[in-house]
Write a protein that binds this ligand. Structure first.
Ligand SMILES: [Fe+2]
Ligand SMILES: [Fe+2]
Length: 191
């Protein structure tokens, strides 16, 4: 019976329960909002490319501008989740994520797509190999940051076909997808 509980204590425990509920619900909301905004950012960039190809440059610009707006929202949600830590900790989180992808996530996805003869097998196949390279590069970066220094390499080349990354200069052909050096883009500070 509630009558047995002193009113002040009852109020306090109710307040704590309400706070806990609000916090967990907000964390859940942040995860959902972060995922949704990240996906919208990506979709709008892809839609912008398509609009450019179809001869609608201003519609493309609207898609790109809105994509950036969604990216700003997503980053705010990530900050509110306290998931942006020190660079060393961020690298550890990135290594864990990439490792999960190439060891556990993609292999069964690739096998399933191959079994179904689904066109997704192409990008699953590229990703499973590229994520391993990403994990290796992040590990190299973590070793440097743990010593308190930046990476010495300054030139990063990205294969725009498969997502493979090469340091220093582009390869004669991409080791993952076989693309020629023209498929590699030199990455500047802002993509
Ligand atoms: Fe990756
Ligand atoms: Fe490639």
């Amino acid at each position: 019976m509630t009558g047995a509980v002193p009113p002040a204590r009852l109020l306090r425990s109710t307040a704590i329960r309400a706070t806990e509920h609000t916090m967990s619900k907000t964390l859940e909301n942040l995860h959902e909002a972060f995922a949704g905004e990240s996906q919208a950012h990506q979709k709008y960039r892809a839609f912008a490319k398509k609009a450019e190809k179809e001869g609608f440059p201003n519609v493309a610009k609207l898609f790109r501008t809105t994509a950036e707006a969604e990216r700003i929202h997503a980053e705010g949600h990530l900050q509110a989740l306290d998931e942006v830590a020190s660079t060393a900790d961020n690298l550890k989180a990135a290594i864990a994520g990439e490792t999960h992808e190439f060891k556990e996530m993609y292999p069964p996805m690739l096998a399933e797509a191959e079994r179904e003869g689904h066109k997704a097998k192409r990008m699953f196949g590229f990703a499973v190999k590229a994520e391993e390279v990403h994990a290796r590069l992040y590990t190299m970066a973590l070793e440097a940051v743990a010593r308190g220094v930046d990476l010495e390499v300054t030139d990063f080349y990205l294969c725009t076909v498969c997502g493979h990354i090469e340091l220093g200069q582009p390869p004669a052909s991409c080791p993952i997808c076989g693309a020629n050096p023209k498929a590699f883009t030199k990455v500047t500070a802002m993509l």
